[in-house]
Design a protein around this ligand. Structure first.
Ligand SMILES: C[S@@+](CC[C@H](N)C(=O)[O-])C[C@H]1O[C@@H](n2cnc3c(N)ncnc32)[C@H](O)[C@@H]1O
Length: 211
């Protein structure tokens, strides 16, 4: 079941275009459908791409990236207390927002040059396809413009935990996967079905999924 909330944050003119989005969306959809499509070569390519982007990430993209996540946190609750895992945390642009809801956020990223720029209190280099966390230990798994490794998200999530999904450029975001596909992929990995609430916000969109 997907509940769509009305938009409350308008989209300003001037939305950027990412020429790499179509190819990246195909990869992200493949990973969501089958995590085995993730490979060492794919991981190396991610690190190469984001190592180049790291020095300009906050300056070029910092303004719009928090918008959908902020709306998700404002309207997608209620949120369970506990540990939040921020997978693909990048330079930490979103971590402060998350810490307002979950004071304990574990921020991880595959690309050392990205996460090194973060000032998050708990940050590490790690691959979201193999989360370095015990099963059922997290009350939120936040995936803001990252590939979706559903089996790992479901494994680390506590029974009342939530998955927070956001794409800062909405359906045009390089890692965008339609919310229906996110929901279907989570349900493949979970014996208890998820439901979703979603909305558009700014140039982006978000979904909060819970069981
Ligand atoms: C589009 S950026 C988003 C960064 C941050 N969430 C934000 O909104 O500013 C994608 C990030 O995901 C990271 N990433 C991609 N694949 C990953 C994986 N398998 N495990 C962990 N991080 C990954 C990249 O290194 C990059 O920093």
């Amino acid at each position: 079941m997907i509940e769509t909330l009305p938009r409350v944050v308008p989209a300003a003119p001037g939305k950027p275009v990412r020429p790499e989005a179509a190819a990246s969306q195909r990869e992200s959809a493949a990973i969501a459908a089958d995590p085995a499509s993730w490979s060492r070569d794919a991981a190396r390519e991610v690190v190469r791409r984001y190592t180049a982007l790291a020095p300009v990430w906050d300056g070029e993209r910092g303004g719009y990236r928090p918008v959908p996540l902020a709306d998700a946190l404002a309207r997608g609750g209620p949120y369970p207390a506990g540990v939040c895992v921020e997978a693909g945390a990048g330079t930490g642009l979103l971590t402060a927002l998350l810490r307002e809801v979950w004071p304990r956020v574990v921020s991880l990223d595959l690309t050392p040059s990205m996460i090194r720029r973060s000032s998050a209190p708990w940050r590490l280099v790690a691959d979201a396809s193999r989360l370095p966390l015990p099963s059922a230990s997290a009350h939120a798994v936040v995936l803001a413009d990252v590939p979706l490794f559903t089996a790992e998200a479901v494994r680390v999530l506590a029974p009342d935990g939530v998955v927070v999904w956001s794409n800062a450029l909405g359906t045009d975001a390089p890692h965008h996967v339609p919310v229906a596909s996110v929901l279907a992929a989570l349900n493949e990995a979970s014996p208890v079905p998820f439901r979703a609430v979603t909305a558009a916000a700014g140039w982006g969109l978000w979904a909060v999924l819970r069981r």
